[in-house]
Ligand binder design. Structure first.
Ligand code: PLP
Length: 378
């Protein structure tokens, strides 16, 4: 029996580790030192951390000093929100499609939370933002750069102009956008920005918060004075080394990232020709993300059928405990009817045109079988 090679198209859940990142991790494992130690081994480890800080900064156009290493995108978002609350914000405004790491941290923050709606294409509607910011006290606005389910790019620079005019703060979750589109922290007008290594081909369990001069990042973990007192605990040297190497490789590969869009659109066309729907089409999107839906073809059934054909994709965001829930992003786009039928296909640095074609073949074959079964029952 010949076994078909597995096709991985779930990069928005996590990307396979890039060879450059793997090598950097392994090299760092050879170092014995604690970056806080002053002896030679300690200085070597410190060097690795500071090189990676520069590399991660370069990915988003900031100097190394703006980068604080944390345990991942979730912690980066939490650090940004907690810092804003500690600095006295009275309200948090979040888009309706923020990742749970932002939405739930805001909900638990103890200050009032307001939600900005999204339009039918999945773009956040900023028309009510100025009014929300006009209330008493300072406001933190959280707007992701690109959505994890649809890939739709959000109007961050426009939001920033409104936020700055009202003397508010803007936090940007760039976990999904990083490495897929060019990011310039200053041009976005963000005060803080969250990154995660494993979404760009680095290791899991490491991320960064980028902070501009208006943000006051507070200490959440107490202990040693690591990360300039912002995040105590001996640094994850190997993870950070892999993050830095992945950031450099992702920046280098950005010109090729657009190729995925051509292959993604070809699959989208096949889905539409077969009666499926593509969500977030017609607005700027990450080139490698496809969110589709086909009424009557439940998300988990799509995922299972693809898996049987050796193709890995996911239903909605599904990045926790393997549970499959109806997509709240699709619901927020005004299509609750399609939410139970959404599928996310996401490629990345190692994906090929053939991967997208085989995924399309498998999806269409399964969709045909489902259609035939439904006709038999009817
Ligand atoms: N923000 C977004 C938009 C994400 O998609 C994810 C993970 O799926 C996170 C934050 C959380 O990142 P991490 O897994 O590194 O904690």
């Amino acid at each position: 029996m010949t076994s078909k090679p597995a096709i991985y198209l779930d990069y928005n859940a996590t990307a396979p580790i890039r060879p450059e990142a793997r090598e950097a991790v392994l090299r760092a494992f050879e170092l014995a030192g604690n970056p806080s130690s002053v002896h030679a081994a300690g200085r070597a480890a410190r060097d690795v951390v500071e090189t990676a800080r520069k590399q991660v900064g370069q990915l988003v156009g900031v100097v190394a000093g703006s980068v604080t290493f944390v345990s991942g995108g979730t912690e980066a978002n939490a650090l940004a929100i907690d810092s804003a609350v500690a600095s006295g914000v009275k309200r948090i405004v979040v888009s309706a499609i923020e990742h749970e790491a932002v939405a739930e941290t805001a909900a638990m923050s103890g200050v009032a939370v307001e939600v900005l709606p999204v339009g039918a294409h999945g773009v956040t509607d900023l028309s009510g933002l100025a009014e929300l910011l006009a209330g008493e006290g300072r406001t933190l606005v959280c707007l992701m750069l690109a959505n994890n389910e649809t890939g739709v790019i959000q109007p961050v620079a426009e939001a920033s102009a409104i936020v700055r005019a009202a003397d508010g703060l803007l936090h940007v979750d760039a976990v999904q956008a990083a490495g897929k589109i060019a990011i310039d922290f200053s041009a976005l007008g963000a005060d803080t920005l969250a990154l995660s290594a494993h979404k760009i081909g680095g290791p899991q369990g490491v991320g960064a918060l980028v902070a501009g001069t208006r943000a006051n990042v507070v200490r959440r973990l107490h202990g040693g004075g690591q990360e300039r007192g912002r995040r105590a605990g001996t640094e994850n040297v190997a993870g950070i080394a892999g993050f830095g190497a992945a950031a450099s490789a992702a920046l280098r590969d950005l010109p090729q990232a657009a190729d995925q869009g051509i292959w993604r659109d070809a699959l989208a066309q096949r889905v539409k020709d077969a009666g499926g729907v593509v969500l977030g089409e017609g607005v700027p999107r990450l080139p490698q993300t496809l969110c589709l839906a086909a009424e009557g073809f439940a998300s988990q059934v799509q995922v299972m059928n693809l898996d049987l054909a050796g193709v890995m994709a996911s239903a909605g965001s599904a990045c926790s405990s393997g549970k499959v829930k109806a997509s709240r992003v699709v619901e927020a786009m005004g299509r609750p009817d399609l939410a139970p039928f959404a599928l996310r296909v996401s490629g990345g640095w190692a994906s090929t045109e053939q991967d997208w074609i085989v995924c399309g073949d498998a999806w269409l074959a399964a969709w045909k079988r489902i259609g035939a079964r439904r006709r038999e029952v009817a």
